[in-house]
Design a protein around this ligand. Structure first.
Ligand code: UN1
Length: 495
């Protein structure tokens, strides 16, 4: 068991509160993975002060030189990939195949950043006037607060940290209390790679204690948050009052549509992975399956058999398909939704209870659960459950399937399985989500493409790829007049 400390101005320090908290292994609750400082506002203020001090120097470091550090971080992450992935399985629960993927996504994001620093271009544009040129450049904003979730303990922090720092900002990260260890290790890797002190600071603790102070701090210029829509709305509200920039990556109620002409075997693999991968704990997880009527009964039989064959257990075992939920309270919340589904009159064909056999007795396991005959208006078809619970809905045809797909306040990811080229294109046009997959599941976005959603899933920003850099930079528009005389633009020469 490791004792972690806050990272402030390059130094590892305890909280001024003197308090600590533990994170435990959700597959075996007796195992304490680490002990972390339970920070208070004083710690937070010190971290923000350090980030503010470091900002002036860091923003003056040329982009390509900043990206050299990102490349070194990537190299160290590659060397430590297995170690980080095993730690992640122990603190978060997802299976080792997936935590290796999570770490890999972090490495890919680091490598992307290491290239971006050499090509982060603006625009040059012609002027209306002779002897005048126009261009745009991008600049950092200052100190950012990065608030990261527990379901992707490395990948999502890297989505924020790399573009934030490469752009010349400094940051204070507050990782989720369920999975603080991965961020702690990542911060050490940045230090090892030569990141100057104070550029990246880490403060552990609960959002309910220090969250509001982060949002209200006058030296924080922006907040990047991934989590629930409820908390996201509160963050947006507070940031709005002081015009802080804020990027919100929130909930999902993603649907997979299977049309009658689809390759059903392929659609089956897709739904098993999309609904039960990461134990359903991705914001991109598939929680609604919309089947066209002629294949409804057949597909449900195929799905039930395969879902029941999934193995549950400690994710460090290479043969396990599904790990535990992250915590007891998540398991209670998911079971609460199962009870709601039953009361609403949906028919449960498998699952619906905790799994406590053998070594699983000591963890927060829950059986993959499938409800069929779900109506689009039921709560289990509308609310984000964030667990291995799938609602199957029947649609009479393509148009009805699309309207069910869009009948949600969320808009992150969707999947449409069909071999009809025309319907695939029509579906792309009609779908109200930020990410659309054709003949592939709702999960598995690649780190160099924009990631984010419409409607209540966010506030219009996109992480991933070049769009993440738009979040963390300001545009400066520059006009250079080399005519030697006052030249007026067209708007000022009308009469
Ligand atoms: C999330 O679901 O919280 O697209 C992030 C995916 C992953 C990231 C998911 N690359 O499934």
């Amino acid at each position: 068991m490791k004792q972690y400390k806050n990272l402030i101005d390059g130094k590892l320090v305890d909280s001024k509160s003197g308090r600590t908290f533990e994170n435990r292994n959700p597959a075996n609750w007796d195992e304490v993975v680490g002990v972390f400082p339970k920070s208070n506002v004083e710690d937070l203020n010190m971290a923000i002060e350090a980030a503010k001090k470091a900002y002036k120097k860091w923003r003056a470091v040329p982009w390509p030189m900043r990206s050299e550090i990102m490349r070194k971080v990537a190299q160290i992450m590659i060397a430590k990939k297995e170690e980080l992935s095993q730690l992640m399985t122990r603190e978060m629960g997802k299976v080792i195949k997936e935590t290796r993927g999570d770490t890999q996504e972090g490495i890919d994001t680091a490598l992307y950043a290491s290239l971006e620093g050499r090509k982060f271009y603006g625009y040059t544009l012609p002027s209306e006037l002779p002897n005048k040129s126009c261009m745009t450049i991008r600049e950092p904003l200052g100190v950012w607060s990065l608030i990261t979730p527990w379901n992707f303990p490395i990948a999502i922090p890297t989505w924020k940290i790399f573009p934030c720092l490469l752009s010349g900002n400094t940051a204070v990260v507050k990782p989720a209390t369920y999975t603080p260890a991965c961020v702690g290790e990542l911060a050490q890797i940045f230090k090892e790679a030569g990141l100057p002190d104070g550029v990246l600071n880490v403060v552990y603790g609960s959002g309910s204690e220090i969250g509001e102070a982060i949002l209200n701090h006058p030296d924080i210029v922006g907040v990047s948050f991934t989590g629930s829509s409820e908390i996201g709305k509160r963050i947006g509200e507070v940031c709005g009052k002081t015009l802080k920039r804020c990027s919100l990556e929130l909930g999902g109620k993603n649907g997979q549509v299977v049309l009658k002409d689809a390759n059903l075997e392929l659609a089956l693999e897709g739904i098993l992975w999309g609904a039960f991968g990461t134990t359903g704990q991705r914001c991109t997880a598939t929680s609604r399956l919309i089947l066209e009527a002629p294949i409804y009964d057949k597909f449900i039989d195929m799905l039930k058999a395969r879902a029941e064959a999934l193995t549950l257990g400690n994710g460090l075992n290479e043969d396990i398909d599904v790990g535990p939920l992250v915590s007891e309270s998540q398991r209670e919340s998911i079971h609460g939704y199962v009870e709601i589904g039953r009361k609403e009159g949906a028919r449960m064909v498998t699952g619906g209870e905790s799994y406590k056999q053998g070594e699983c007795a000591n963890g927060w396991f829950y059986k993959p659960t499938i409800f069929v005959d779900v109506l689009p208006t039921m709560r289990i078809a509308q609310e984000e459950i964030f667990g291995p619970v799938l609602s199957v809905i029947k649609a009479k045809d393509f148009n009805e399937a699309m309207s069910i797909l869009n009948n949600t306040v969320y808009g992150l990811s969707s999947a449409i399985y069909t071999n009809d080229l025309n319907l695939a294109h029509k579906a792309i046009e009609l779908t109200e989500t930020g990410i659309v997959y054709i003949n592939a599941p709702t999960i598995g976005a690649e780190c160099h493409l924009p990631f984010g959603g419409m409607k209540d899933t966010g506030n219009g920003h996109r992480e991933g790829g070049w769009t993440a850099y738009e979040i963390f930079t300001e545009i400066k528009t520059i006009y250079i007049d080399y005519s030697g005389s006052l030249q007026k633009a067209q708007i000022d020469t009308q009469g």
